[in-house]
Design a protein around this ligand. Structure first.
Ligand SMILES: Nc1ncnc2c1ncn2[C@@H]1O[C@H](COP(=O)(O)OP(=O)(O)OP(=O)(O)O)[C@@H](O)[C@H]1O
Ligand SMILES: [Mg+2]
Length: 243
């Protein structure tokens, strides 16, 4: 098991947003998290690297429990790469500097080594020729691929994606999904929140369906999409098909 959530609960005030969530992800597994808006998918992702605190339960990454805070947290957090809907690149830094920053600051890597690593990763996601530019000079799809390269530069054990394509123009969605599909094929452990059902069917080993803060159903994609077991999942899928 690479990622383990055991009895995780989270409240925002009176709102119980994660309800006794148990979830395990094995090394190399690709898990797609689906569910209606407000079901807790983003909160789940954010809890996994402690961007969000939890009320009770345990989160274990590669056999080590995530501490609440401190140096150890920063180190363990670096094991979890995160890509958000908004690209979150530093606007005043070049693409190359965006990617080298983490390895230099957090991993203590020498600058030239970090640049070699960054150039390799930028080329892997297909934006090697953009290294000297600033984020605003890139398309959304290119920026999101840079965000993926930046996360990979930390050599994470697991990558979390929270709706990585939902802010993109339609023609740029596939270029980002293609990079993610390649990562999955290379054996990266991935937890992906997405509304791209074609991608979920194709790339996921398992679909985790959330509703009202709870994991309601888990199944391989072909099974989830063809024979959802719960009314919540049936309802969710029928709404997708109807528009
Ligand atoms: N910082 C916060 N303070 C208070 N409530 C919050 C906060 N963040 C999220 N919530 C609430 O927690 C619930 C779960 O939100 P979350 O963003 O995890 O849902 P989601 O499944 O990612 O939804 P979406 O598909 O719209 O992104 C929602 O009811 C939301 O309003
Ligand atoms: Mg969300």
């Amino acid at each position: 098991m690479l990622v383990e959530l055991i009895g995780v609960n989270k409240h925002f005030g009176d709102l119980h947003v994660l309800k006794d969530v148990n979830l395990t992800v094995s090394r190399g597994e690709v898990v797609v998290v689906l569910g209606p808006s407000g079901s807790g998918k983003s909160t789940l992702c954010r809890a996994i690297n402690r961007l969000e605190s939890i009320g009770s339960g345990r989160i274990v990454i590669d056999g080590r429990e995530l501490p609440e805070e401190g140096k150890e947290l920063a180190r363990l957090r670096a094991d979890v790469g995160m890509v958000f809907q908004s690209f979150n690149l530093f606007a005043n830094k070049t693409i190359l500097d965006n990617v080298t920053l983490g390895p230099i600051k957090v991993r203590g890597m020498a600058k030239d080594e970090a640049q070699t690593l960054a150039r390799g990763l930028l080329s892997r996601v297909g934006v090697a020729d953009q290294a000297a530019k600033y984020p605003a000079q890139l398309s959304g799809g290119q920026q999101q691929r840079v965000a993926i390269a930046r996360a990979l530069a930390m050599r994470p054990k697991v990558m979390l994606f929270d709706e990585p394509t939902s802010a993109l123009d339609p023609e740029m969605v596939n270029e980002v999904l293609d990079v993610m599909t390649e990562l999955a094929a290379e054996g990266m452990t991935m937890i992906i929140v997405t509304h791209e059902m074609g991608f979920a069917r194709k790339a996921a080993d398992r679909v985790v369906f959330m509703a009202d803060g709870a994991v309601v159903e888990q199944a391989p994609p072909e099974e989830f999409f063809s024979q959802p077991r719960t009314e919540r999942a049936k309802d969710f899928l029928s709404k997708l098909i109807s528009h």
